[in-house]
Design a protein around this ligand. Structure first.
Ligand SMILES: [Zn+2]
Ligand SMILES: [Zn+2]
Length: 395
């Protein structure tokens, strides 16, 4: 996608519904990005097109990695890597001398409050700074050209839902920062238990080469399974439905998740570092990849996979999950949905009240259901599908 918005085109565009009447912080924030659109655009028009795209990609990358505080964990491992200084016999200090639980806590989580405060500040700066930048770049600046970039160009979150999304999404940042601050101070203070190592050859170069793909497979399959379980009626209605409030997800939706599910998923992703030896840099790559695609998949923008990642679905795959609810449960690989029959099919209709991922046969649907379903399908941007063609249309 190039930058094809000409100077001054903002003047002619339809003004989006403005949220000035509300006085809460989130409304004012959205209102600010809305009203400064034109001056920001003037500034932006001085940036060359390819640099502009690079900035957007980089922004999404940094957003993904910082918003929940994971960068702290990676920074803690990097600091440990520097401390180990290439010494193969490097040993952590021991806590055998600590006689009580409270002194153990004080020793292993030394600095927790400071780290927590800073990680929370960074999370919020990134959420509103970069999230706001992406919101402005596409949802305001390119609003009148939604057909060129938006997965669902005819449908937009209402201002009320935008506020809701930012409120829930920013609340999760506190949980994310707390988990990350606890983990990283524990690691920094030499806490035992994780199997992260710092010398590439420690467990052989074969394991060094294999661990990345194997852990990636584990993480992706486990998140598929957990996500699918969260789509069973009880768990869906009580926890996961919150994330499905947004039929047109945006980058702000990534963390708009029920706290129980949020913590659950973080632990699933982190589990391998307690079970198998992992080289610290493998973790950096894995988490960067997963969180970057978390942003891409929720952006609502027609991003496609690159040639070097044939396993990765296009952005529309998870966008469809939000539009049709109980289908396409995977994240970074399509294969799990293909294997389990939960990948979207042309001859099925999917709605919030049709559970388990298999949809309803088109032949069994009522006239009314078919009518609504046809409309839904027409609301998808063909440019978001592979080869720029929507193969799901029925007529
Ligand atoms: Zn879901
Ligand atoms: Zn989602």
């Amino acid at each position: 996608m190039g930058r094809n918005v000409k100077n001054g085109s903002a003047k002619g565009k339809k003004k989006k519904p403005v949220v000035a009447s509300s006085t809460d912080l989130f409304s004012r924030y959205l209102f600010w990005t809305d009203n400064h659109g034109e001056s920001l655009e003037k500034l932006w028009s001085k940036v060359p097109a390819n640099i502009g795209q690079l900035i957007v990609t980089l922004a999404m990358f940094i957003f993904g990695l910082t918003v929940r505080g994971e960068w702290l964990l990676l920074a803690a491992y990097f600091a440990k890597y520097l401390q180990s200084g290439g010494d193969a016999n490097y040993k952590e200090e021991t806590d055998e001398l600590l006689d009580s639980f409270s002194s153990w806590i004080a020793f292993r989580f030394n600095g927790f409050t400071t780290v927590l405060i800073w990680s929370t500040i960074v999370s919020y700066l990134m959420y509103f700074g970069i999230g706001g930048f992406l919101h402005w770049y596409y949802y305001i600046n390119r609003r009148d050209k939604a057909n060129e970039w938006k997965c669902q160009p005819n449908n937009w979150l209402t201002p009320a839902l935008e506020r809701h999304e930012i409120m829930v999404g920013s609340l999760s940042l506190v949980f994310g920062s707390t988990i990350s601050a606890a983990f990283s101070t524990y690691i920094m203070n030499g806490g035992p238990g994780t199997k992260v190592y710092f010398q590439p050859g420690d467990f052989g170069y074969l394991w060094l080469a294999l661990q990345g793909p194997l852990i990636f497979l584990y993480q992706d399959y486990m998140t598929y399974i957990f996500h699918r379980v969260y789509h069973t009626p009880f768990l869906y209605k009580n926890f996961h439905k919150l994330h499905h409030t947004y039929k047109q997800p945006t980058a702000f939706s990534v963390t708009a998740i029920h706290p129980v599910e949020f913590v659950n998923m973080q632990l699933v992703l982190l589990l391998p570092i307690f079970i198998v030896p992992v080289y610290w840099f493998t973790l950096v790559v894995l988490f960067s990849y997963i969180y970057y695609h978390g942003i891409v998949d929720h952006s609502g923008i027609n991003f496609k996979r690159h040639w070097w990642q044939p396993w990765q679905p296009d952005c529309i795959f998870h966008d469809n999950h939000h539009q049709y609810f109980h289908v396409n449960f995977g994240f970074n690989m399509e294969i799990w949905d293909k294997l389990h029959g939960t990948m979207r099919r042309k001859d099925r209709i999917y709605r919030e009240d049709i559970y388990y991922g298999y949809g309803k046969k088109v032949e069994e649907a009522t006239e009314e259901e078919m009518k609504l379903d046809r409309e839904e399908r027409h609301n998808e941007n063909p440019l978001a599908h592979s080869e720029n063609k929507n193969d799901y249309l029925l007529d």
